[in-house]
Ligand binder design. Structure first.
Ligand code: APR
Length: 248
């Protein structure tokens, strides 16, 4: 591998030379967790086919029917507690043997954490956390899967899912852009690149950094000619990427 890092064969026990490792930044989306049994949003059978996004994932929806919103996220949280990281999540952890891996995820699940990834930034919040409606800096872990009417913060205001809804700002976007702007390799996994500002992060990738996209479907990204497409599911796709990087 030219220019960076000592390729670890996973057993030799020699120390990891982090400084010499290339920085590999991943932008992941719902497809990353599809093989764990969690539904994506815009595909056939996706969540947004069954639910009106503005009813369950917007400030307006919260105003008009809190219990519907709480029920929607409780259901998803219940499914998440029954799900496990998949081969794709685990392969990203394995990549840390040879790369300084940073994961910028649109996913609100905790499967990257549960797989053991070291550097994770959630752009759209975290499903297993709740936050105060009066003071967004008050964030709490949710025990189990239920968040209900009457669950209050220490200031006495109703708790809401710690999730970024449509129409709301994405507080972590600057940190994400900073991480992406230092990528030496950029990998897009399981996102339709439809939602901004997350999809715009590709514009922060340095020109010298190769870009890979892993998705079973064709994702068009006009204006980015030097993208290598791995048209596979995340599990198989990250493995193929590891091979490709090994032989690079
Ligand atoms: N492996 C990799 N990719 C997959 C897999 C898989 N096993 N299965 C499906 N995909 C791909 C689909 O082809 C699609 O391109 O994952 C992508 C999922 O796209 P979306 O459903 O649009 O999800 P995402 O891009 O993450 O949505 C972005 O929109 O709804 C909001 O806040 C929500 O974070 C979410 C954001």
């Amino acid at each position: 591998m030219a220019g960076g890092g000592i390729f670890q064969d996973g057993g030799s026990g020699s120390h990891l030379n982090i400084a010499a490792m290339k920085k590999l930044v991943v932008l992941s989306g719902a497809g990353m967790s599809a093989e764990s049994g969690l539904r994506t949003f815009r595909e056939m059978g996706g969540l947004w086919e069954e639910y009106d996004v503005y009813e369950v994932a917007s400030p307006g929806g919260w105003q008009s029917d809190r219990s519907l919103v709480l029920r929607f996220y409780n259901e998803r949280r219940k499914q998440l507690l029954e799900a496990e990281p998949n081969a794709g999540h685990l392969a990203l952890v394995e990549l840390e043997k040879n790369f300084e891996v940073w994961i910028v995820t649109q996913n609100i699940d905790d499967l990257h954490e549960r797989a053991g990834s070291s550097n994770i930034l959630h752009l759209h919040g975290e499903l297993r956390k709740a936050r105060s409606t009066a003071d967004p800096s008050l964030v709490y872990d949710i025990e189990g899967w239920k968040l209900e009417e009457g669950d209050l913060c220490e200031k006495g205001s109703q708790l809401r899912p710690h999730v970024v809804w449509f129409g709301e700002a994405v507080p972590a976007i600057e940190e994400a852009a900073r991480i992406v702007s230092t990528a030496e390799i950029f990998v897009i996994i399981g996102t339709s690149m439809n939602v901004y500002p997350a999809a715009g992060l590709i514009n922060y990738v340095p020109d010298a950094a190769p870009i890979y996209i892993i998705d079973p479907k064709e994702i068009s990204l006009p204006g980015h000619p030097r993208i290598s497409v791995i048209q596979k599911n995340a599990g198989e796709g990250v493995r193929l990427l590891m091979e490709e990087l090994r032989n690079a």
